[in-house]
Design a binder for this molecule. Structure first.
Ligand SMILES: Nc1nc2c(ncn2[C@@H]2O[C@H](COP(=O)(O)OP(=O)(O)OP(=O)(O)O)[C@@H](O)[C@H]2O)c(=O)[nH]1
Ligand SMILES: [Mg+2]
Ligand SMILES: [Zn+2]
Length: 292
């Protein structure tokens, strides 16, 4: 039988076959080969009702369209990078790294700026301008529901993950999208001072929305590493730099110290944002550690 892994907890997988969700484990050969099973994987499985480890036994994983290791998900059409400007404060290198990871994996990035009730209007407008020029962008207040409809339009019908730092409101947003299904996921409790709303969601879980959207709620993170990448590959992961291709004096321009660089010109004119460019410098620096 064929099904989709909709959740995985400590070596147990929940497989949806179109009607039911069955829990089970990977067959021994998959474990021996250290094959990772991602939430989102389409798997071939069989039912073994005598198995004490659950009913389903996963035999193999159908070839993935794409996957990410952080968050660990596969077969996405889109990933929405969710971040707030304050509480927690935005970390642009992390935001831009997650966008770059999507570009690298062939997943369409989108952006959702959350907690707009807490943000200062001027900085919100600035950040919104940067990302909406590049990707579909929604701005939401998940407490009031403002902006949720814009997000719904962006994600409708897609296999889509909400991903980003811990505490930005991903699960609170998910609950708006899940409301008509009568499902509610756990969200951080601000009144609980010790947890400070950090790392509330522990596992990726997929929910089927009524419009055909497959929504992946994912655990937040505080830092993020790009997978091993040549420094010279990173410029290809920045959409606005791809737009300058062929316009620099040197064909292999890194857009850092070269003269007559179209990216640097666009940066000076304000057509490329300083914070995105800084993220690019940060990532190329970080990628140098993989050079031998
Ligand atoms: N002021 C304000 N608070 C919000 C908003 N959205 C979510 N919150 C609060 O932020 C806290 C964290 O929200 P969660 O939805 O659990 O955040 P998360 O991104 O799922 O966090 P992790 O599961 O740890 O990754 C909760 O106390 C929410 O009530 C918002 O738009 N405005
Ligand atoms: Mg959460
Ligand atoms: Zn250049």
């Amino acid at each position: 039988m064929i099904g989709t892994v909709v959740k995985g907890i400590g070596g147990f997988y929940f497989v949806y076959d179109g009607n039911d969700v069955v829990m089970g484990k990977a067959r021994g050969n998959l474990k021996r080969d250290k094959e990772i099973i991602y939430v989102g994987d389409i798997v071939d499985f069989e039912i073994d009702e005598n198995d004490s480890d659950g009913e389903a036994v996963i035999n193999s994983v159908v070839e993935r369209r794409n996957h990410l290791s952080r968050p660990p998900v596969s077969n996405l059409d889109m990933l929405v990078v969710v971040f707030s400007l304050v509480q927690p404060e935005v970390n642009f290198p992390v935001v831009d790294k997650l966008i770059a990871a999507c570009e690298q994996a062939g997943i369409a990035p989108a952006v959702c700026i959350s907690k707009i009730d807490l943000a200062e209007e001027k900085s919100l407008e600035e950040v919104k301008a940067i990302y909406s020029a590049l990707y579909p962008t929604a701005i939401v207040n998940a407490l009031s529901g403002e902006g949720i409809e814009d997000l719904e339009r962006i994600i409708s019908g897609k296999n889509v993950a909400l991903a980003g730092p811990s505490g930005v409101g991903k699960s609170t947003i998910s609950n708006h999208l899940l409301a008509d299904l009568g499902i509610e996921v756990e969200t951080g409790d601000v009144s609980d001072k010790t947890r400070r709303g950090r790392h509330t969601t522990r596992h990726v879980e997929i929910f089927a929305l009524s419009d055909g959207t497959q929504l992946y709620d994912t655990p937040g993170f505080t830092s993020l590493e790009l997978q091993e990448t040549e420094p010279s590959e990173i410029r290809k992961l920045f959409k606005e730099m791809r737009g300058c291709e062929g316009e620099c004096r040197y064909r292999d321009c890194m857009h850092i110290n070269e003269p007559d660089c179209a990216v640097k010109t666009a940066l000076e004119k304000g057509d490329i944002s300083r914070s995105r460019y800084d993220s690019y410098l940060h990532m190329t620096e970080e990628a140098k550690k993989w050079l031998k």
